[in-house]
Design a protein around this ligand. Sequence first.
Ligand SMILES: [Fe+2]
Length: 471
Amino acid sequence: MAQVKAGAPSSNFFLDGNFSPVAEERDASNMEVIGAIPDDLAGHFLRIGPNPVYVFSEEAYHTFDGDGMIHGIEIANGNARYRNRFVQNEGFRLEQERGDWIYKGMNSMMDPTPSRVPDGASAGKNVANTAFTFHNNTLYALHEASQPTVIELPGLETKGPTDFAGKLHHAFSAHPKVDPKTGEMMTYGYAFQSPFVTYSVIDATGRLVHTTPVTIPKPVFMHDFAVSSKYTLFLDFPITLDIERAISGGPALGFEPAHGSRIGVMPRYGADADVRWFDVKTGVVVHTANAWDEGDEVVLQASRSKTADIAGAGTTEGNNLADNQGQLYEWRVNLETGAVSERTLSETPCDFTRVNDTYACHPTRYVYAGVFNPERPFTFDGVLKFDNRSQATLVYQWGEQRFGGEAVFAPRLAAETEDDGYLISFVHDERVNQSECVILDAKNLEAGPVARIIMPFRVPYGFHSGWVASP
Ligand SMILES: [Fe+2]
């Protein structure tokens, strides 16, 4: 039996310190607040991440495999209420019933121990631990190898995975894009089998209305993509998926620069043959910020690194962390001339790039991102705001031994401009083992937090955040 001891030290980086999971689901209100929660902010701040209960091997545990847990803060009238809940899909429930692991996880795929997956159960575990999307008044918790999981608000109960009335026949990215002007949601999934990528559009009423294969030469780890008002952009970048490499002792997901890097541009309702591929400088993109149309050009902004250690989640010995940490980067693809220009926008190492979601798929002036700690993998010292007009990068640091996660932009009620709102993130103070929810004024990061909600329970580091405004 391999039950993870919540809060206990571990030799596995992603089970140690504040990466260690928590065991209980809890509720809290009347929390201590330093400053004041703005009364022009109303909605749910949500953060999801891996929170493993049973693991096949503590040593081989990969952070992508942990059971999903949502930490939510409901904000209204200057007050906050906290809840955390497991995402309770089939795999989680089966392991709870057995009281032990059933699914081995990505780093143990080649282990000869027989599978414990019962007959009739899904061969893979939909951990729904990665990110959120909110579409057609529905909140989904996402895991890129799986179907999206419907989560109910305000209580964060799991309703379960959906296949969009039987029409979804591919994995569903953790980073679909919702065009706020049309209400459409664009998504895709990648797979080991040709055509390796499949793309779909779901209309504003939640009907899946378009699916097409997108053929690429070999399977790659395509964690994110981008959508402008006219085009969908696919990133065929060289973190390749190679089972033969895994069988011979290498990583299943590895950096293969000879594969090159290409951006595929397809009309929103295009087909495989409509995709135009543009070669770009080789690198790695894990997360995009936004894309938009500008004259003959389609503009893409993302965090781009020289390489990445996906298999080791940045902890592999001898791994050069600086080369794995992205910087804000821009590509301009001219669809008339076929020319591509590309450049670094900001030198600050960062990822978890976000924009104000109410401007997604359309021109955005500001990008927000988590600022990497230069020495420790997957650790964020602060948040940045990049201004496309002035080209300036503004950084707010969380403070000495204080580390955050993805900061999400939450518009102020009756917001008038793109940055008229707040940036919200959980922050953990490692000196005193104290978690906080920090709210910054997005127009005035330098002033420091407008509110720090002191969490009565530890909130482990996790993956992505979301904001669902109250209707
Ligand atoms: Fe992601």
